[in-house]
Ligand binder design. Structure first.
Ligand SMILES: [Zn+2]
Length: 340
């Protein structure tokens, strides 16, 4: 899935203060964040990641991996992390093969554009770490979700207004000091990021939250409005301008054409609202981890069985109910909206 981060990016730059990688050679730079994601999710789900040295890849910078649980391979994935000429410019998880129970193994790829290690250390800012976790959330959904007899309902092939819930929920781990301290270290001293710095990052992230949400609702309204009427004679610039002024406090600037570069109009067509609606669900799902512990395998195991493994083989509302033990509601989202 494509990330929306290029549309609504919250970046807290840490390079220069506390970087999230280190200044060692290739494996030690961006690799520290990778290790952090691997180690965190391996601990949560009782799996391990193995590098595949002999798998064919489409570029020399792509690495191949497999996910193994108690000696059994669950799936494979590829990491294509650095920018290059002609490559996709954003960050996304792509399905290469859909897994089915007792049959084909799932295969996926993360295609991202993180700093390439070289003369300078490949430091990731916090926003990039969030993006990495987000896309990895899609990848785990894809890999774990192969427990259905139908490839068409495997993994992320779930209801589209639910598909961003597992990815957005995994972003929460990037805001937890106990998680970040396992891999985010000062570039020179190696000191883990102080909990106080994480608390200040969280406080800084509150700034402008209302505006970001309203901007998302403007995008959602635009994607729906462009698709629910007769296109003959539709003036998309005027409609976009009207919606911007209805949903955000900012006036439309004549001569600008936001909608011309709104890529999600193709990928998500009328349902860009999936991001904010999935966030409602993600905040609700995360209440369990907030209560029981983000690194505790018990809630993670229940989450995997109830939410990720069935893929799209059951209604998302039913999956959520089986995990929460109740219907989803807006309380956690509302609490997040009103915080700060
Ligand atoms: Zn996504």
């Amino acid at each position: 899935m494509r990330s929306e981060r290029h549309l609504a990016t919250t970046i807290v730059r840490l390079a220069g203060e506390f970087d999230l990688t280190c200044a060692e050679p290739f494996e030690e730079e961006l690799g520290r964040v990778m290790d952090g994601i691997f180690e965190t999710t391996a601990r949560m789900f009782g799996i391990e990641y193995r590098r595949l040295s002999d798998a064919p890849v489409w570029h020399s910078e792509v690495s191949a991996w497999e996910v193994v649980e108690q000696g059994r391979t669950l799936g494979r994935f590829f990491l294509d992390l650095f920018p290059r000429e002609g490559k996709y410019k954003h960050a996304a998880q792509f399905t290469l093969a859909s897994g089915v129970r007792g049959g084909a193994l799932p295969e996926g790829a993360l295609v991202c554009n993180f700093p390439r290690p070289g003369a300078e250390p490949a430091l990731l800012d916090h926003g990039e770490v969030v993006t990495f976790f987000h896309e990895f959330g899609h990848l785990l959904h894809h890999l774990f979700g192969a427990n259905t007899p139908w490839a068409g309902l495997s993994g992320v092939r779930t209801e589209w207004d639910f598909v961003e819930a597992p990815s957005q929920m995994l972003e929460e781990w990037c805001w937890d000091a106990s998680v970040l301290q396992r891999f985010a270290r000062h570039v020179e001293t190696g000191e883990p990021i102080p909990a106080d710095a994480v608390a200040r990052m969280r406080a800084a992230d509150e700034f402008g939250k209302g505006l970001r949400v309203r901007q998302q609702m403007f995008y959602a309204a635009t994607s729906l409005a462009f698709h629910d009427r007769d296109p003959a004679g539709l003036d998309t610039t005027r409609l976009s301008a009207e919606l911007q002024e209805r949903y955000t406090p900012f006036r439309h600037v004549d001569g600008t054409y936001f909608q011309e570069s709104f890529g999600h109009l193709e990928g998500y067509s009328a349902i860009y609202y999936t991001y904010m609606w999935s966030l409602v669900i993600a905040k609700d799902l995360f209440t369990v981890f907030r209560r029981e512990g983000v690194l505790d395998p018990k809630p993670a195991s229940r989450y995997r069985r109830a939410i990720l493994e069935p893929g799209g083989s059951a209604k998302a509302a039913d999956l959520v109910r089986s995990f929460l033990g109740r219907d989803y509601d807006f309380r956690a989202y509302e609490e997040w909206l009103n915080a700060g």
